[in-house]
Design a protein. Sequence first.
Length: 417
Amino acid sequence: MPRKVENQLTALQVKNLEAGSYIDGGGLRLLVKPTGARSWVFRYTLRGKTRDLGLGDAGPDGVKLSEARDLAAALRLKVKAGVDPLEEREREAAEALARAQADKIAAVTFKAAAEAHIEANGESWRNPKHRKQWGSTLKTYVYPHMGDIPVSEVTTTHVLAALEPIWKNRPETASRVRGRIEAVLNAAKAKGQRSGENPATWRGHLKMILPARSKLTRGHHAAMPYAKGPAFMARLRAARSVGARALEFAILTASRTGEVLGMTWREVDLKDNVWTVPAARMKAGKLHRVPLSPRALAILAEMRKAGAEPDAPVFPGPKGGHLSNMALAMVLRRLGHEETVHGFRSAFRDWGSEQTGYSNEALEMALAHTIANAVERAYRRGDLLERRMRLMADWAAYCEGEAVAAGDNVTPLRQPA
């Protein structure tokens, strides 16, 4: 039986030995590199496989000889018990890493995740108002309920706490807030900050808990019935303010508020009577040509008296620059109406469908709506500008009361070919 080799090295040898591998005994070895670097290694055999396990630096400030022997003795007991020290160390390292990652994830609150999502995606949102609304709605309706909750722990209970107080009385806002919560949680999952199903998902989840929006409101935007339009437009024309003119222009052109408020004189072609809205200001991200009716041109002539520098706003604010986003809505409120500015686009669409012979295609183009059908979208080449010129002239004439009203029925102006 071979003699056991134990405690072969001295502290002085550990300090002075040249490059090589030296046995101390009991599986403990000293490795000295040509650079002079020294380290301890425990060599063992388990299940017919020999492995080396590093025990640390053997330099002056490292593991001393006596400490290395104690470590080797403890490891020999594990090997004797059938435990692989190297596998055990790797498992412990993996568990420590998992704990560290879990602690890091737990430190990411919903608010932090939301702010990171806004920061990462804000530049891709063309409308500055949209970026601002993202942050303000979350701050107002969501953070009080779950802002400080780890994003990994957000549940349906938290989501409902944020949505239920506004779901019935502010359905449009509530729907947008739900979508924003869902987007934040999806982004967090993609980053590995949470797992499992998204508790803000509508279909198959919140839809089973909250009443559908269609049961709470007639639509996205409160719209004035088009039959009441001529009387309202007469009152609007009598209002003397830049905001009133901008609102009238928006109604006559069936345009969105942001498109009108951002309008500059550079975009107006008075030779061809066309206003070209750049793609950057369009919801669909595509340039849009708007034919101008005689009344719309009259409004531009009135506004032009204040100056017409190419980059100057057509509808300037009282302190310079563009009118505020709320200017048109405030005109409506001062006139005693609760409808939204956007709702007049719905009134235009209803009038066009019910009181004229214009095609659905022309009406959708006038509203700059994106065509859902990919095939139809691919084959559409023009923008029906000439036909839409007649359409917008008829709409303006109707708004000025040229159609004959009989109760709730309105006589069409003319039926285009």
